[in-house]
Design a protein around this ligand. Structure first.
Ligand code: PSU
Ligand code: MN
Length: 308
């Protein structure tokens, strides 16, 4: 399987050496943020991971090739691309055959990280159960992938574009541990609390790295969701952002946007309605997640080396 993936030289060396690596998704670049903020975010996040002593591995499909570890020209091309596919795990084979370029969602990125041998992945928000899913059945493949792929995903919780209680129920059904970092509450992306408790709280990156090792040792083949609240200083006012999200969801309903177009539509609409405040918060929380993920990766690599 590894032959299917083109690793950058740096990522290949890091894997060989057992050095800490953090995987990064690319749908956030191609469909989650506008240019040029997306490029700045992608570059900034890679730099932060390096500053923590880990190697960043941004994952995407470029001209049909599965790539793990991109160079700056790749990042720039992805950030500017206009006709690029949004690929979840199930889309990869067809995209490869058609030699297309695709941003990989959380589900596709987990799949490719696992094939490459990378255990930790940082992003902003994962997909989940959409509001009204009892009618639309719109539940992100990110949740089912978390139920079957052993990657640890560091996110800032999920946004209230989703039905957060139902998302937590599906994560439970999928046997995915939900661990909040330094908080009792499950965060809601733009705000530090969704009003719901996370299943577990861990207060240090060492404890999280230990939990990863134990989860595997127990034979659990699911991912782990680490929910890292947005820093206080970057959090948005809950009533402001909730109102904005309600308006965006109403516009999506009115214009009949569904399926894979729905999440990108909502993200762009929230950015427009919040006059850029959501984008600023989004960038801040992704950076925060990347830094924590890198620290977890460093601790995890150290524990693995100690255990031999
Ligand atoms: N949520 C965000 N930003 C994003 C996404 C979700 O705040 O960029 C992207 C991620 O790539 C995620 C995908 O995996 O959307 C989920 O899409 P869907 O809801 O169609 O499954
Ligand atoms: Mn969907």
């Amino acid at each position: 399987m590894k032959d299917l993936i083109k690793l950058s030289a740096e990522v290949a060396d890091a894997l060989q050496a057992g050095a800490p690596i953090v995987a990064l998704e690319s749908t956030i670049i191609t469909h989650g943020m506008p240019y040029p903020a997306n490029l700045e975010m992608a570059r900034g996040v890679e730099a932060l991971i390096r500053a923590e002593g880990a190697i960043p591995a941004t994952i995407a499909v470029i001209d049909g090739e599965l790539r793990v570890g991109l160079d700056d020209a790749d990042l720039e091309a992805l950030a500017q691309a206009t006709t690029v596919v949004k690929a979840s795990g199930r889309d990869l084979a067809a995209v490869m055959v058609r030699k297309q370029t695709a941003g990989t969602t959380v589900s596709a990125t987990m799949r490719l990280a696992e094939l490459a041998g990378i255990e930790i992945f940082a992003t902003g928000g994962v997909g989940g159960v959409h509001r009204g899913a009892e009618q639309s059945f719109d539940i992100s493949a990110d949740l089912t992938e978390l139920g079957q792929t052993g990657t640890t995903v560091v996110c800032a919780g999920v946004k209230s574009i989703l039905d957060i209680p139902k998302t937590l129920e599906v994560l439970e059904t999928q046997r995915v541990p939900v661990i909040a970092y330094g908080s009792d509450d499950f965060p809601a992306f733009f705000t530090r609390s969704s009003g719901l408790k996370a299943d577990h709280r861990l207060d240090s990156v060492e404890e999280i790295a230990q939990a990863m090792i134990l989860h595997r040792a127990l034979g659990s083949q699911t991912g782990i969701l680490i929910a890292n609240p947005i820093p206080e200083a970057d959090a948005l006012d809950p009533s402001f952002i909730d109102g904005t999200i309600d308006d965006a969801v109403a516009e999506a309903d009115a214009s009949g946007v569904t399926r894979k177009e729905l999440t990108p539509f909502l993200l762009a609409k929230i950015n427009e309605l919040s006059e850029g405040r959501s984008l600023k918060a989004n960038i801040a929380l992704v950076r925060n997640n990347a830094a924590i993920a890198a620290k977890i990766a460093v601790a995890h690599a150290r524990f693995r080396a100690e255990k031999g």
